[in-house]
Write a protein of this length. Structure first.
Length: 113
C-alpha cells in the first residue's frame, strides 16, 4: 500500500494523467476503506481527499464518475553509479610535515588617558 509521502501516478481510462503525493491515509468508518489525502502535483496545486478501499490504494482499478481509474506507487529508478577506480597512490606511504607555531603571548597594557 502506498504510504504517506509516497508519490503515486494516477491513471484515468488507462492513461496516466497526474502525479500526486500522499499526504495522509486515515481509516474510514467502513472496514478496509480509507480517506486518502493527495496533493496533486500539477499547476495549480490542489489537495483532494478520496475514500478508497485498501485494494484501490494498492493499485486496483476503481470507478469514479463512471470512469476507470487506478493509482500506482512511483518507484525511483535505480541508477547504476560508476564504481570508483582503485587509487594506486593509496598504497604509497604519504609523509606529512607538521609545522608548529611558537606560542605568541600578547600583553595588554592599559591605555593612558
Amino acid at each position: 500500500m502506498a504510504k504517506v509521502n509516497d508519490v503515486v501516478l494516477i491513471y484515468l481510462e488507462d492513461a496516466p494523467v497526474s502525479f500526486a503525493r500522499v499526504e495522509s491515509i486515515l481509516p474510514d468508518a467502513k472496514k478496509d476503506w480509507y480517506h486518502i489525502k493527495l496533493l496533486m502535483l500539477n499547476i495549480p496545486l490542489q489537495v483532494v481527499t478520496w475514500i478508497l478501499k485498501g485494494d484501490y490504494i494498492n493499485g486496483g482499478q476503481f470507478n469514479m464518475n463512471g470512469k476507470k481509474m487506478r493509482m500506482e506507487k512511483v518507484e525511483s529508478p535505480v541508477e547504476d553509479l560508476p564504481l570508483p577506480k582503485p587509487d594506486n597512490s593509496s598504497n604509497k606511504k604519504i609523509t606529512k610535515n607538521i609545522i608548529s607555531f611558537p606560542t605568541v603571548k600578547k600583553t595588554h597594557e592599559p591605555e593612558s588617558g
